[in-house]
Design a protein around this ligand. Structure first.
Ligand code: SAH
Length: 395
């Protein structure tokens, strides 16, 4: 039998159904499991704790597939997990009148390392762990059977793969090649998604609920949309009656799709200014030239990918928030986000509070913002709550 024996007391997190076994917790490995192969996890006293996927190159040596001894890690496990995840999204597609949704959210849907996003008739997958990679063909076959689709595309071009000893990979997994841009709908809005070359799997589905809130607050205001990508917030803001929006992003391709999205939604592109450049630099220029805004959205990329980057990331968040607060007219609205899982809510609030203090401005939290509901968090996997945001009024 291939098994991984833990050091004394190191089964505690597994008993709480946290799905990771770190290399430091392992006393002994019986047999020679291949990357992705299923292994049993056994406590130092011999008690069976779960079975999961072995990943020799990662610090997370095993990701648990099941804590149930009677459940075999076989195609039927994947079928029932996928069915459950997809079924739990059906009401969301209706509620949000959308055809774009995260169908599988990795650990939080009890399928560690697997992301599946739907964009209209196409599915996009990321296989982020050795275990997900090992079961790829099974998963793709079952997704095909479960969800009517024109094609399934892989976007496993993420840094996390390197930690698992896997090369980056993108390409068609089955069906038709997706068109250059796939159109999705979200309520009354339409968006173009670049499945093949866009960020992540193509679109920021996780900001869906926050787009609605931006619409609510946009009336007549002049908005600065930092890290705008393909302008999800810009469409939302103009739909809400914004007087004008300035998008800043370093990607010319993203800004270009952003403009197409404005036109696709029948909105006035004369109200949009696109600035291709570095947010920090452009905001400093605005500060120095006394340019001011009624609302500012800050949705930067992940600044902290590892603990070692945390201090630097905090300084980055503080800098952009400080600049943004200075650029707001009194009574202005700040939407500020962090998608770094390592920056928790308390730390993020402290960073934004420090920025307001340094700017000499008073500020109130109107509400906390979160990832959309198709990105659930398993109660036993707090790491799954990565996106946090604050909606603040700044005086
Ligand atoms: N708000 C967007 C998602 C933002 S993702 C949405 O809701 O769709 C982060 C974006 O920041 C990416 O488009 C990336 O191109 C851009 N970016 C990263 N670093 C940047 C920088 N220093 N200056 C400007 N844009 C940057």
């Amino acid at each position: 039998m291939i098994s991984v024996v833990l050091k004394p007391q190191r089964e505690k997190s597994l008993l709480r159904r946290h799905p990771w076994v770190f290399s430091g917790a392992i006393a002994k490995i019986h047999g020679s499991p291949q990357p992705g192969e299923t292994v049993d996890i056994v406590a130092s006293d011999g008690k069976w704790c779960g079975s999961g996927a072995f990943s020799p190159h990662s610090q997370i040596t095993v990701r648990i597939w099941t804590f149930d001894r009677d459940e075999e890690v076989s195609p039927s496990l994947f079928r029932s997990r996928l069915q459950r995840a997809v079924k739990s999204r059906l009401h969301l597609l209706e509620k949000y009148a959308t055809n774009a949704c995260r169908l599988v959210n990795s650990e939080s849907d009890f399928l560690p390392g697997l992301i599946v996003d739907q964009y209209s008739d196409f599915l996009v997958c990321q296989f982020l762990s050795a275990g997900a990679e090992y079961w790829k063909q099974t998963i793709v076959g079952q997704l095909s059977a479960l969800i009517p689709n024109k094609g399934i595309y892989e976007r496993s071009d993420v840094n996390a793969r390197e930690k698992e000893g896997l090369p980056e990979h993108t390409g068609l997994l089955c069906g038709q090649e997706p068109p250059e841009l796939v159109e999705i709908r979200e309520g009354l809005n339409r968006f173009l998604v670049d499945i093949r070359y866009g960020h992540k799997t193509g679109f920021y589905l996780d900001q869906r609920d926050n787009r609605t809130i931006v619409t609510e607050y946009a009336g007549n205001s002049e908005i600065l949309n930092c890290f705008s990508y393909t302008g999800g917030f810009a469409v939302a803001a103009l739909k809400g009656g914004s007087a004008g929006i300035t998008n800043i992003d370093s990607s010319a391709d993203a800004l270009k799709i952003g403009l197409q999205n404005i036109i696709l939604n029948g909105l006035d592109d004369a109200k949009v200014i696109n600035m291709e450049g570095d947010v920090f630099t452009v905001m400093r220029q605005y500060r120095d030239s006394n340019r001011r805004f009624d609302s500012i959205i800050l949705d930067p990329p992940k600044f902290a990918a590892s603990r070692g980057q945390l201090m630097r990331a905090c300084r980055g968040y503080k800098d952009i928030n400080l600049l943004a607060i200075k650029l707001l007219r009194p009574g202005g609205i700040l939407f500020t986000f962090s998608c770094s899982g390592l920056v928790d809510k308390d730390l993020f609030q402290k960073i934004v509070a420090d920025a307001a203090l340094d700017a000499g401005r008073e500020s109130q939290i109107i509400r906390w913002l979160h990832q959309a509901t198709d990105h659930p968090t398993s109660l036993n996997f707090p790491e799954g709550s990565y996106l946090k945001g604050l909606l603040c009024r700044v005086w």
